[in-house]
Design a protein around this ligand. Structure first.
Ligand code: NAD
Ligand code: UPG
Length: 333
């Protein structure tokens, strides 16, 4: 029997890729998005789209009654770390409180499964650079990270009390775009490294800055575990199948288990285009961890069927740059 899922934030970067991946796997997909940072062209014509706010509890109750989804994939939220420092109320309201309302409506409607987008930002930024297992020390530096960690705790407690199956996925650094060119990172003022490098590579920006070259890393720039968004999308599909079949709760890091420096990411983008990227040294960005790398043992053991297909920085850069080019036509249409 076909399973039906409700995807909150399905018009956003990761939610849109995951919606396509779920549709490709035969799931029925209903998307709830208020288009605050998402874009209509990211929504597959095969999905049912409801424009609305996840904080609207009456709307949620109606959707659950009418659509009776088997699971909710909850991507919707605010994601800009510095903004969360300036405006923590917004982040606790729109990430933590909205998620609580969603969980409450799920329990009331007896919807038994949730996947939740958490983040590597929950871990201790001064972690020493070793790969981080899921039980590593949590010291979220920003209200953004804290809002996610609080939501994780709510899901665990509510899950235990009400028998909710849950997959909490802690994404490391998500990059790249759909290799089929259907979707990509479309937020115009996104701040992610490869997005910025792709904007320079496609002539949308003249130059970019490298935030700090004096870290204790192999070339002085920060290390992150970059994961291709399509591999992250397929990790959701496999997690969903796993939780729908065995129930229970699982928290898993999503990355490849190896780090790349800022300079290595920029060099990959340069190899793709064959042209230099004007990347200028700048001061450290406040709140940046020197290194965040995932220990991926748990996701590998739990989901042996998850086979990442786009692990190289070149593939992430190639798809990101191709999408940036495509956006020129989409945005001028
Ligand atoms: N992008 C990353 O590198 C990254 C890393 C770790 C975790 N995450 C998490 O993954 C999730 C998705 O991130 P993304 O990069 O796709 O962001 P995004 O901004 O592209 O997507 C978020 C989507 O949610 C929608 N939305 C926001 N608030 C809403 C609300 N109240 N009601 C309905 N829709 C709403 C937006 O319109 C947008 O389509 C977020 O929860 C984020 O915290 C992202
Ligand atoms: O123009 C730029 C942009 C970024 N960086 C550096 O590149 C690295 C990666 O930065 P960015 O792409 O902004 O990602 P993070 O700050 O690591 O945060 C991302 O990854 C986290 C998980 O690790 C998520 O929680 C966040 O939502 C998501 O923005 C950092 O060292 C930045 O200082 C630059 O040097 N120049």
């Amino acid at each position: 029997m076909t399973s039906k899922i409700l995807v909150t934030g399905g018009a956003g970067y990761i939610g849109s890729h995951t919606s396509y991946a779920c549709l490709d796997e035969g799931f029925e997909v209903v998307i709830l998005d208020d288009l605050s940072t998402g874009v209509a062209h990211a929504i597959s014509p095969e999905a049912r789209f409801i424009e609305g706010d996840v904080a609207d509890r009456e709307l949620l109750a109606r959707i659950f009654k009418e659509e009776k989804p088997d699971a909710v994939l909850h991507f919707a939220g605010r994601i800009v770390v510095p903004e969360s420092v300036e405006n923590p109320i917004k982040y606790y309201q729109e990430n933590t409180c909205t998620s609580l309302g969603l969980l409450h409506e799920m329990v009331k409607a007896d919807i038994g499964t949730i996947l939740f987008s958490s983040t590597a930002a929950v871990y201790d930024p001064d972690n020493g650079g070793d790969a981080l297992p899921e039980d590593a020390l949590k010291v979220p530096l920003s209200p953004y990270g804290q809002s996610k960690l609080m939501t994780e705790a709510m899901i665990r407690d509510i899950g235990v009390a009400h028998g909710l199956g849950a997959g909490i996925l802690r994404y490391f650094n998500v990059a790249g775009a759909d290799p089929k060119g259907r979707v990509g990172q479309s937020t115009p003022n996104a701040t992610h490294l490869l997005k910025i490098a792709s904007q320079v590579a496609t002539g949308k920006r003249e130059f970019m800055e490298v935030y700090g070259e004096d870290y204790e890393t192999r070339d002085g720039t920060c290390v992150r575990d970059y994961i291709h968004v399509s591999d992250l999308a397929s990790a959701h599909v496999e997690t969903l199948k796993h939780v729908l079949s065995v129930g229970g709760q699982i928290t898993m890091n999503c990355g490849y288990g190896r780090g790349a420096t800022v300079k290595e990411v920029i060099a990959a983008a340069e190899r793709v285009t064959g042209s230099p990227i004007d990347a200028r040294p700048a001061d450290r960005r406040a709140g940046d961890a020197p290194s965040l790398v995932a220990d991926v043992s748990r996701i590998r053991e739990t989901l042996p069927s998850w086979q990442p297909k786009h692990e190289t920085l070149e593939e992430m850069a190639e798809t990101a740059i191709a999408w940036e080019e495509k956006l020129k036509t989409l945005n001028s249409a």
